[in-house]
Write a protein that binds this ligand. Sequence first.
Ligand SMILES: [Zn+2]
Ligand SMILES: [Zn+2]
Length: 144
Amino acid sequence: METTVKVKFWEFLREQGLRQTAQREAILDLFLDSGGHISPESLFNTVKRAHPHIGYSTVYRTLKLLAQSGLAQEVHFHEDQTLYDRKSEQHDHLVCVRCGRVVEFQFESVERLQSEIARQQGFLPQRRKFEIYGLCRECQQRTA
Ligand SMILES: [Zn+2]
Ligand SMILES: [Zn+2]
């Protein structure tokens, strides 16, 4: 699956007249391994270890290109912070307002509810944002 993502991204770069570089590949690999919801800053800090000469703007632009190509999506869980998420199957998010942890979930009943709401309104759904904000288990224990 990851190979497919890579091939698609190289095709997209070629269409844009951009080159496939070792740096872009390193960024893409880390992004795919990250489990999603990653900020350009934290990806930059990780990729720097193996590629000390990489610039922040390269990371930033590569993530933008990934989003443009439709292989990643930008998500905004916290004000003025853009995170990059894998564009896999439709999934929803739990967001901890204290530590920032993001948990993905897929729940059959949510899909059913979406279909039901859309059907009642004669609406054709294309995408959905469902985010639950609160405290994760660890943060609740820390409070108690
Ligand atoms: Zn996600
Ligand atoms: Zn938390």
